[in-house]
Design a protein around this ligand. Structure first.
Ligand SMILES: [Zn+2]
Length: 245
């Protein structure tokens, strides 16, 4: 299991680590470290890119995944030589990551903006946060003429520059914490073991939900949220496309 530095501090841009494994298949390499700040694809947030440098070689990170056993695999290309046991320095592409962080916090704000208007029984059933834009699916029909209102509400939370607070807690405490915001752990518990401690992300006094993603420290860092369009996905589900600027 890799130590995940991005869970402790999402602002770590470079770090030192030791190489645990390096495998080649068809000219492409998979590299595992004892610790990493590279975020793997998960929770709808796209992975980081960047470089891992050793004394005699450099590894270009093109994709990052997390395996079921909790280890993080960096995939990409190797120039020169890196060996198991080497001390290396990882540097993540910060422009890409910081944009993904702003998009992820924006997505959390948008969930509650939609629910403030359409009711707390509305669920966000899936979400995608990528550098080329994001989208979220809600379990209700959202009319086009409400998009401006949702966007204005979301940007009022951005402009208030509210802190984003991350806490770990047990199941019972987490359930009562998120229920204060009209949220439940139902979707989360379908995909996660109950035994683990749960990471809850709160946009102060707006929304708290379980999340393993990387977030900005305060909502002002988002800049502004733009809702681009809506799309009916059938069965009462509406997709909203959004971006940050
Ligand atoms: Zn999240």
């Amino acid at each position: 299991m890799t130590i995940k530095l991005y869970l402790e501090d999402s602002y770590i841009k470079s770090f030192r680590a030791k190489v645990l494994s390096l495998e080649e298949t068809d000219g492409s390499f998979n590299l595992c470290l004892d610790r990493t700040a590279f975020y793997p694809i998960s929770g709808g947030q796209d992975h980081d890119t960047g470089v891992i440098r050793g004394v005699n070689g450099s590894f270009k990170v093109l994709r990052v995944d997390e395996l079921d056993d909790g280890s993080v695999v960096h995939s990409g290309f190797l120039e020169g030589v890196i060996k198991v046991g080497d001390d290396v320095e990882g540097v993540i592409d910060w422009d890409r990551r910081y944009r993904l962080m702003r998009m992820h916090t924006a997505a959390h704000i948008l969930i509650q903006s939609v629910r403030s208007i359409y009711g707390l029984n509305v669920k966000c059933v899936s979400a995608s946060k990528r550098v080329d834009g994001g989208h979220m699916d809600f379990s209700t029909s959202i009319q086009r003429d409400m998009l401006n209102k949702i966007e204005a509400l979301a940007n009022s939370i951005v402009n208030e520059d509210r802190p984003v607070i991350i806490r770990y807690m047990g199941l019972e405490e987490a359930e009562s914490y998120v229920s204060r915001f009209g949220e439940s752990l139902e979707l989360y518990l379908r995909k996660h073991d109950v035994g683990e401690s749960i990471r809850i992300v709160e946009v102060k006094d707006w929304i708290a939900i379980p999340c393993g993603g990387t977030h900005v420290h305060s909502t002002g860092e988002i800049g502004s949220i733009k809702i681009l369009k809506r799309e009916s996905k059938g069965k009462g589900v509406t997709r909203i496309y959004f971006d940050v600027a």
